[in-house]
Write a protein that binds this ligand. Structure first.
Ligand SMILES: Nc1nc2c(ncn2[C@@H]2O[C@H](COP(=O)(O)OP(=O)(O)OP(=O)(O)O)[C@@H](O)[C@H]2O)c(=O)[nH]1
Ligand SMILES: [Mg+2]
Length: 299
């Protein structure tokens, strides 16, 4: 990618020798390498949009980790960032992404190595997932209008944009309102930049769902607001998905962690509906909602 194309916010494009790709996959990919991969087989560029600590890296790690489990409906078909994934799992530390040098307002996301690659086979199809691990500070700055979305080419190039609600922060009465405000601000920024593109997908993902369901007061707070927020998301993108995920929950978490539903949505071609749609479902007045991965579609 040229400097010129970064400055005008044009899409991530690709023209890179295979030789550039690390053989052992110890490094993350940069945007050019990711793009080059997509020229040879189908794939999706995935961007988690969430604040610092909202669980983005955990989603990436868990998507990789899940393919080792028996009984999954998607099987592992390779990774150009295999050792980077393994390092992520062994350290359980966030992999360094873009340094949020907001001062110069010139984040060269396309030149940074911040993309995990995971190829999966679901049904007959092999799909490359390119998972951008961008730091949460970027999205705080975007929400605050300190930084333009157009300065992050990966966001403009994304096939799957994921708006994250940090379920953990919903537990704190002092921060929970600001979590929802941030998501609405990001929605406004997306709308201002005509994103997502008509051929891209958008999802609202509540992370750390285990922390929400285990606290009745937090669950009640979220239940009272979830429907409206999901409606706001669908105003931007009528087919927006809505998933609750507990990717980093302790092994003792008794419920489905929602990662399978998220993965199905990520693997589906943009614009496609992976499963038959389900009618919008209202929260019951009493018992906690147990079902994850509900498809909430505009009727
Ligand atoms: N209980 C619980 N904790 C989680 C879950 N997902 C993530 N966490 C924890 O939340 C913290 C932050 O997770 P990360 O995945 O590093 O968050 P991030 O969005 O990548 O953070 P930045 O890279 O700093 O923006 C870590 O301590 C995780 O273990 C979850 O589903 N349940
Ligand atoms: Mg991270």
């Amino acid at each position: 990618m040229t400097d010129e194309s970064q400055q005008d916010g044009s899409e991530v494009r690709l023209a890179v020798d295979d030789a550039v790709t690390p053989l052992l996959g110890s490094e993350l990919l940069n945007a050019e390498e990711a793009g080059q991969l997509l020229t040879s087989s189908p794939g999706r560029v995935v961007v988690w949009m969430g604040e610092r600590g909202s669980g983005k890296t955990t989603l990436t790690a868990r998507l990789y980790e899940r393919q080792r489990l028996p009984g999954e409906d998607a099987t592992f078909a390779g990774s150009r960032t295999l050792l980077a994934f393994e390092a992520l799992l062994s350290q359980r530390l966030p992999v360094a992404g873009v340094s949020p040098t907001l001062a110069d307002q010139s984040i060269r996301a396309a030149d940074e190595r911040n993309i995990h690659h995971l190829a999966l086979i679901q049904g007959e199809e092999r799909v490359n997932l390119l998972l951008a691990d961008l730091p949460g500070a970027l999205f705080r700055a975007i929400a605050d209008n300190q930084l333009a979305l157009s300065s992050i080419p990966l966001v403009r190039r994304a096939d799957k944009l994921v708006l994250i609600v940090d379920g953990g922060r919903l537990r704190d009465p002092a921060t929970r309102a600001s979590v929802l405000t941030r998501v609405r601000q990001l929605l406004e920024r997306l709308a201002a930049d005509d994103l997502p593109h008509p051929d891209s997908d958008l999802a609202l993902v509540v992370t750390k769902w285990d922390l929400v369901v285990e606290d009745a007061e937090t669950l009640a707070y979220w239940q009272a607001r979830e429907h409206q927020l999901a409606a706001n998301v669908r105003e931007l993108h009528a087919d927006a998905e809505h998933v609750r995920v507990a990717a980093g929950a302790p092994a003792s978490f008794p419920q489905d962690d929602g990662v399978g539903a998220l993965r199905s949505w990520l693997l589906a071609p943009p614009g496609a509906t992976p499963d038959p749609p389900v009618e919008t479902q209202e929260w019951p007045d009493d018992a906690p909602e147990q079902t994850r991965g509900l498809r909430r579609r505009r009727t």
